[in-house]
Design a protein around this ligand. Structure first.
Ligand SMILES: [Zn+2]
Length: 885
C-alpha cells in the first residue's frame, strides 16, 4: 500500500481538458465480508473540443483489476496497460461502453480516503483524489457525469445503504443480502461521489423550499448518539432558509442526508445530498458540547449545505481553482454565522484565526497564492490560505461592490456556469460584467502570495484645516515568489477627535461632507487622500471591519489607542486597538526580561481594562473578546526571532498583573454573569458565558480563583462552564486539578468526543513537563494514532498550541513529534503531512532550536518510502534553509 515518493509536480499552466466525455456512470458495489467488488459501466464518447486521443486514460490505486470489457467484448492484456496509478485502454472508438470490475479491501484501508471502515460501518471520502481508490476512473473535477449506483450487502450487517441522489429501488436476495439503487439526476465530478453502508440510526425532519419542494432531511449516527443530533438538524434548517433569503438559492433534490463518523481527516464533506461529517461537527448536547462546539456545528453544517450551489452545481475545473468553491463558501458560512449571532464577534474570531494561522503560512515554506501554481500532493493545499484568505478576497469583492452588486455578480455566475466546471477567472468575470467594472488589477490577489503590509502616516495643516492620510503598501517576498506587485486594498476608515467624536468627512473636490465613514481604495504603491475642513488633528481609524487581509502599521500613541478602544464606532477597530495595546505591553516586557530588567505593567493598560470591565452597555461577547490577551501564537508571529519562553513569561506577568490590580472588577463581572438560572444555547446566554469564563481565567491568577473554579466545576450543568473551570485548574496546577481530571475521565471515558477535550487540556499544559505528559497520553487506552480526532487533540495540540512544551530547549518535544509523524505516515499520509506542518516556522527560532528542528526534519526526510504528502512538506521546509544563512 506504499505510495511512490517520486511523484512529479503538477502545474496549473499545464491544464488540458479531458479528451473524453462520460455522460453516464453505472456502478454496482457488492459489499462482502472482507472485500468489495466494484463493477462500473462507463458510457464514453470523444470530446470534440479536444484533439482526438488514442487511449482512454483512467486513474486507479491500490485495487485488484478483475476484468475489462469494451462494448461487451472482454479485453486481453494487449487491449490495455496497467501501472500502479493508471489504466490505459488502447484504441478506443469514438463512442463506447467500458465495463470494469475491480476488487478492493476497505477494511484494510487506514488512509481514510476512498472506501474505508469506521466503527461498524463503511463510508467514503473522495475529495480530492479518493475515487481512484474505488475504481478506475478519470478522477478529476472537470469530468462530470450522471451516476446510478446499486449497493448490495448483507442486510443484517449493513441495513442502511446510502448514496447520492434519490433512492429509486430496493429489494432482497436469498441468503440475507439486500440491495438499494440510487440515482443522482445532477451531473457531478467523482470527488462528490459518496456511499455509506452499515448500522446507523437517524432523526428526520422536513423542509419546504420557497417554490414548494418538500425535502426530507435525515441525520444518521451510530445508535448511541441519537440524542445529540437536534442542533445539527436545526442548523441545517436554518442554513436552507438563510440561503433562500440572502442568496435566493434553493435546494434541488427531495432528500438531504448527513452522516456522522468518528474517523474523518477533515471537518466534513459536501457530497451531493449525502454529506459526511466528522462527528465533532454533528453531535452536541449541553453536557457534552461547548458553546464553541455548538457554533462550530452550525457553521460547518451551513458550509457543506452552501456548497450545493457553490461547489456542486458549479464546480472547479482543476484543483488549482479550489478557492473558487472554498473561499466563496467560507465567506458564505461566515455571513450565515454573522446573521445568526454577533457579526462583530464572528469577524474578530475570524481575523484572530487568520492572523495567527494564515499569516505564518504566507511567511513560511508552504507559502502559496490562494490559487496555487503548482503542487505535488493536492491534499497539502487544503490550507488556511485557500480557505480563509480566499474568503477574505471574496469579502473584498463584497466590500467594493456592495451587497446588491455582489448578488448581481453571483446571479450572473450561476446563469453562465450552472452545471459546469470553471475557474476563478470565470468568477471574477461574472462579478465584473454584472457590475460593469474592471477588476483586472484586483485579480492579482489570486496569483500573489504573502501578506501585504499597509503603512499609514498622516500630516495636518492646522491653518488650512487640511488633513492628509498617506497610505502605502508592500508585500514582502515569499518562499515561492520574489517579485510582488501592488494590490487593490479597500480601506474602510473614519476620523476621530481627541475626545472620541466621529468627525464629518469631506474629501478634496467634494462640495460637502457626507457621513463619518469612507471606503478608500489603495491600488498603487502609495496614495494620499486629502480631507478638508478638519477642525482639529484627528486620530485615524483605519481598516474598519478589517476591510482587507493585510498587516497594518500605523504609529499610534498609547493615548490614541485608548481613544479608539473606547470610542470608535467600529467594533473591530475597538477590539484591535485593545489588542495592540496589550501586545505592546507584553512585547515590551519580553525585552525587559531579556535584558534582565524587572517587568512592569503600564497604568494605561490597567485603566483601559478597568474601562472595559465597567462597560455594561456593550455586548458581553464583545467585551470578552477585548479582554482576551493576544495569543502566544500571534505574539510569536509579530516577533522577528521568536522568544518562546519570554512570550510566555511576559504574557503571564501582564495577565496576572491585570487580574490582581482589578480583582474586584473581574469578580464583579464574573458574579454578574453567573446569574443565569437555567442553561440556554441562545446567543445572549452564550455571550454571557464567554465573558464569565474569560473573567474566571483572569481570576485564576489571583488568590480567589481556584475556589471559584472548583465551585463552578461542581455546580456546572454544561460543558462550556465545566471545561473552562477544569482547564483553568489544570493550567494553574491547582491542588484540585488531578482529582478533577480523574473524575472527568471516569465520567466520560466511553465518549470519544468528550475524551478529545480531556486529552487536549493536558496536551496543552505549558512548560518543560509537557513532553513527559504527552508520552503518557499517547499510551492511554483511549488514544489511537489511527483516529484523526485523537491525533489532533494530542499530537496536534501539543505541537501547534503548546509553544513552551513543544519548543523545550533540549529538543525532546521535536523528537517526540517527529516520531509521531513517522508512525502516522505509514497509516495516514494526509494527517501525517498536516502534523509535519508544526515544523514549518522552524527558521524563526534561535540557533539552538533551529538546529534541533532541522535535525528532525532531516530524520523524517530520510525515512524509506515516505509518502509524497509528507515529503512535499519536509522538502519545502528544509528548503527554507537557504534563506536563512
Ligand atoms: Zn468546503
Amino acid at each position: 500500500m506504499k505510495n511512490s515518493t517520486a511523484r512529479k509536480i503538477v502545474r496549473r499552466v499545464e491544464y488540458t481538458p479531458y479528451p473524453w466525455i462520460l455522460d453516464h456512470v453505472v456502478l454496482r458495489f457488492e459489499i462482502g465480508d472482507d472485500t468489495t467488488r466494484v463493477l462500473s459501466r462507463l458510457h464514453i464518447r470523444r470530446n470534440d473540443a479536444c484533439a482526438p486521443a488514442a487511449d482512454i486514460d483512467l486513474d486507479g490505486q491500490d485495487m485488484e483489476l478483475i476484468s475489462v470489457s469494451l462494448d461487451g467484448l472482454p479485453l486481453d492484456d494487449s487491449g490495455f496497460t496497467k501501472t500502479s496509478e493508471q489504466l490505459l485502454i488502447h484504441d478506443a472508438p469514438a463512442s463506447c461502453t467500458l465495463e470494469i470490475e475491480v476488487q478492493i479491501e476497505p477494511l484494510k484501508n487506514t488512509t481514510l480516503t476512498g472506501l474505508y471502515p469506521s466503527g461498524d460501518f463503511l463510508l467514503t471520502q473522495c475529495e480530492a483524489e479518493g475515487f481512484r481508490r474505488i475504481t478506475y476512473f478519470p478522477d478529476r473535477p472537470d469530468v462530470m457525469s450522471r451516476y446510478e449506483v446499486t449497493l448490495v450487502a448483507d442486510k443484517a450487517r449493513y441495513p442502511v445503504l446510502l448514496s447520492n441522489g434519490n433512492s429509486v429501488g430496493s429489494g432482497e436476495f436469498e441468503g440475507g443480502r439486500h440491495w438499494v439503487r440510487w440515482d443522482d439526476p445532477f451531473a457531478k465530478p467523482s470527488y462528490l461521489f459518496a456511499l455509506v453502508a452499515g448500522h446507523l440510526s437517524f432523526i428526520e425532519d422536513q423542509f419546504t423550499t420557497t417554490s414548494g419542494r418538500n425535502v426530507t432531511l435525515r441525520v444518521f449516527v451510530e445508535p448511541e448518539n441519537l440524542d445529540r443530533c437536534d442542533h445539527a438538524m436545526e442548523s441545517l434548517i436554518h442554513s436552507m432558509k438563510w440561503d433562500e433569503d440572502r442568496f435566493g438559492l434553493e435546494y434541488d433534490l427531495d432528500i438531504y442526508n448527513i452522516v456522522a463518523t468518528n474517523d474523518f481527516n477533515m471537518g466534513a464533506m459536501e457530497n451531493k445530498s449525502l454529506n459526511i461529517f466528522n462527528s465533532k461537527y454533528v453531535l452536541a448536547r449541553p453536557d457534552t458540547a461547548t458553546d464553541l462546539d455548538y457554533q462550530g456545528i452550525e457553521g460547518v453544517i451551513g458550509h457543506e449545505y452552501f456548497h450545493n450551489w457553490t461547489g456542486n452545481r458549479v464546480t472547479c475545473q482543476d484543483w488549482f481553482q479550489l478557492t473558487l468553491k472554498e473561499g466563496l463558501t467560507v465567506f458564505r458560512d461566515q455571513e450565515f454565522s454573522s446573521d445568526m449571532h454577533s457579526r462583530a464577534v464572528k469577524r474578530i474570531r475570524d481575523v484572530r484565526a487568520l492572523r495567527s494561522r494564515q499569516f505564518p503560512e504566507d511567511a513560511g515554506p508552504m507559502s502559496h497564492p490562494i490559487r496555487p501554481d503548482k503542487y505535488i500532493e493536492i491534499n497539502n493545499f487544503y490550507t488556511m490560505t485557500v480557505y480563509q484568505k480566499g474568503a477574505e478576497i471574496i469579502r473584498m469583492y463584497h466590500t467594493l461592490l456592495g451587497e446588491d452588486g455582489f448578488q448581481k455578480g453571483i446571479r450572473l455566475y450561476f446563469q453562465r456556469h450552472d452545471g459546469m466546471a470553471v475557474t476563478c477567472d470565470d468568477f471574477m468575470a461574472a462579478m465584473a460584467d454584472a457590475n460593469g467594472v474592471d477588476l483586472g488589477r484586483f485579480g492579482r490577489w489570486y496569483g500573489q502570495s504573502g501578506t501585504p503590509e499597509l503603512k499609514v502616516s498622516s500630516s495636518y495643516d492646522a491653518d488650512a484645516k487640511i488633513y492628509t492620510l498617506h497610505l502605502s503598501q508592500v508585500t514582502p517576498s515569499t518562499h515561492d515568489q520574489s517579485n510582488k506587485q501592488p494590490l487593490v486594498i479597500p480601506v474602510a476608515m473614519g476620523l476621530l477627535s481627541k475626545d472620541g467624536h466621529a468627525l464629518p468627512l469631506r474629501l478634496q473636490g467634494e462640495q460637502e461632507g457626507t457621513g463619518s465613514s469612507r471606503l478608500l481604495v489603495l491600488d498603487e504603491e502609495q496614495q494620499s487622500f486629502v480631507f478638508e475642513g478638519v477642525e482639529e488633528r484627528p486620530i485615524p481609524s483605519v481598516l474598519r471591519g478589517y476591510s482587507a487581509p493585510v498587516k497594518i502599521d500605523c504609529p499610534y500613541s498609547t493615548a490614541e489607542l485608548a481613544v479608539l478602544m473606547a470610542h470608535d464606532s467600529d467594533a473591530f477597530v475597538r477590539w484591535d486597538s485593545a489588542q495592540l495595546l496589550s501586545q505592546r505591553e507584553i512585547l515590551g516586557n519580553v525585552s525587559r526580561l531579556v535584558e534582565g530588567a524587572e517587568p512592569v505593567l503600564a497604568p494605561e493598560l490597567v485603566d483601559a481594562y478597568d474601562a472595559l470591565l465597567a462597560d455594561l452597555d456593550s455586548d458581553p461577547g464583545l467585551v470578552a473578546e477585548a479582554l482576551a490577551l493576544p495569543g502566544e501564537d500571534y505574539l510569536a508571529e509579530v516577533m522577528p526571532v521568536v522568544d518562546v519562553d519570554g512570550i510566555h513569561a511576559a504574557r503571564k506577568f501582564v495577565k496576572s498583573g491585570l487580574a490582581n490590580a482589578l480583582q474586584q472588577q473581574f469578580l464583579q463581572r464574573y458574579t454578574d454573569m453567573c446569574t443565569d438560572q437555567v442553561y440556554s444555547k441562545d446567543p445572549v446566554s452564550m455571550a454571557r458565558r464567554s465573558l464569565k469564563n474569560i473573567c474566571l481565567s483572569f481570576l485564576l491568577e489571583t488568590a480567589s480563583g481556584e475556589g471559584l473554579a472548583e465551585a463552578q466545576l461542581a455546580g456546572s450543568d454544561n460543558m462550556t462552564d465545566t471545561l473552562a473551570a477544569l482547564q483553568g485548574l489544570v493550567w494553574v496546577e491547582a491542588p484540585a486539578a488531578e482529582t478533577a481530571l480523574q473524575s472527568f475521565e471516569h465520567q466520560w471515558r466511553d465518549d470519544a468526543l468528550v475524551m478529545d477535550k480531556w486529552f487536549s487540556i493536558q496536551a496543552s499544559i505549558p512548560g518543560e513537563h509537557a513532553v513527559g505528559r504527552v508520552k503518557t497520553l499517547l499510551d492511554h487506552p483511549g488514544f489511537s494514532i489511527s483516529n484523526p480526532n485523537k491525533v489532533r487533540s494530542v499530537i496536534g495540540v501539543f505541537s501547534m498550541m503548546n509553544p513552551t512544551g513543544f519548543h523545550t530547549a533540549d529538543g525532546s518535544g521535536y523528537r517526540l513529534h517527529a516520531d509521531q509523524v513517522i508512525a502516522l505516515d505509514s497509516l495516514n499520509p494526509q494527517m501525517a503531512a498536516r502534523m509535519t506542518g508544526a515544523f514549518n516556522s522552524w527558521t524563526r527560532y534561535d540557533e539552538n532550536r533551529r538546529n534541533l528542528m532541522r535535525t528532525e526534519l532531516k530524520r523524517i526526510a530520510a525515512v524509506q518510502n515516505l509518502s509524497p504528502d509528507v515529503s512535499e512538506i519536509v522538502s519545502n521546509a528544509i528548503g527554507m534553509d537557504k534563506n536563512n544563512k
